[in-house]
Design a binder for this molecule. Structure first.
Ligand code: SF4
Length: 332
């Protein structure tokens, strides 16, 4: 597969994308003798995938990985979908962070910090700190601060909460996955698609990614075209779903970040993760804010024994809020 071919597939009209994807689904289904399942996250992409697959094979089982960190709106939506098997990890997130550490910055950085702090090998430690002969494999200077952090950092979370329960399901059922990932989501996914295309039968794990060449625009167009039900989380200003408490990538978010948004949309969950799971300490350490401007204003006034109703702030427009907030920051 070449980049040009991927680009030409991405440029196809929706109808032709549906046709091409259905050819790939049928090819995979028959080659695997029907021993396939839909990897279903409850998000919009896998909702489209599920509909597309079941147009041709209505009895294909879907599998939802219940990490314990999904939005309630996602779980509620999954409950309304037929023929979905729920798989769960054997260790909850609370134990994962206690035993291994927090998922923070990126899988790569978290792994390097974890290795530096735990390895008994001087060679590996030196490689992670200073790089090999060519300078490869070392942790970035910026995130060396995590080595001495008062909390643990680890890359193990995804393996324990997501990958292991799925592996167990696959081993037990003998089924192979159909996954709704798209190349536009990451370079890693683009590279994988360029190497393997939609269907891969090599190695010991077959996999189909039949909508890999679709775009987010196609997903919404398909939902509209077939009038599909989807999770209510998208009506609350979220365009990506996933583990609510994950800190991978949160330091890169511009504008309102995921934790500030959570405070606005799900205040109880926000309070639980910030104050009960110790995420406050981690975010403070890496300099990521977890509170919104409105609540900062409220806290400022409550500090002064005055109480400002949120509804009073709702009457202000964004530039008023910004002005107010900047005034407080300067005054603090
Ligand atoms: S996405 Fe983040 S929180 Fe979720 S399982 Fe992976 S590392 Fe853990």
């Amino acid at each position: 597969m070449t980049r040009e071919l991927l680009k030409s597939r991405q440029a196809l009209p929706l109808e032709l994308k549906e046709t091409l994807s259905s050819i790939k689904i049928k090819e995979y289904y028959h080659r695997m003798s029907g021993k396939v399942y839909i990897s279903f996250s409850g998000g919009k992409d896998s909702t489209v995938l599920l509909h597309l697959v079941r147009r041709y094979f209505p009895n294909v089982e879907a599998v939802f990985s219940d990490t314990g960190l999904e939005f309630p709106e996602i779980k509620n939506f999954v409950k309304t979908t037929s023929n979905v098997t729920w798989v769960k990890p054997i260790m909850p997130f609370t134990e994962v962070i206690k035993k291994y550490g927090y998922p923070v910055i990126s899988k790569d950085v978290a792994q390097k910090v974890h290795e530096i702090r735990t390895t008994k090998s001087d060679k590996l430690r030196n490689k992670r700190l200073y790089g090999d002969e060519k300078g490869n494999g070392k942790i970035s200077e910026k995130w060396k601060i995590l080595i001495d952090a008062p909390f643990k950092t680890s890359h193990n979370c995804c393996n324990i909460l997501k990958k292991n329960p799925i592996k167990k399901f696959e081993k037990h059922s003998g089924k192979s996955p159909i996954v709704g990932t798209m190349t536009e989501e990451s370079t890693l996914r683009t590279t994988a698609y360029l190497q393997k295309g939609c269907n891969s039968f090599e190695g010991n794990r077959a996999m189909s990614t039949p909508i890999a060449f679709w775009t987010e625009k196609d997903i919404w167009a398909y939902i509209k075209k077939y009038n599909l039900e989807y999770s209510d989380i998208y009506n609350k200003g979220y365009d990506r779903t996933g583990c609510v408490f994950c800190m991978f990538g949160c330091h890169l978010e511009k504008g309102e970040n995921r934790f500030q948004k959570l405070e606005r949309t799900h205040p109880k969950l926000h309070n639980y993760c910030i104050n009960k799971l110790g995420i406050k300490e981690v975010l403070d350490y890496i300099g990521v804010s977890y509170t919104t401007k409105k609540s900062t204003i409220q806290k400022y006034f409550s500090f002064d024994s005055r109480y400002v109703e949120e509804s009073e702030l709702d009457n202000l427009n964004n530039s008023d809020i910004d002005e107010f907030y900047n005034y407080i920051i300067k005054a603090a």
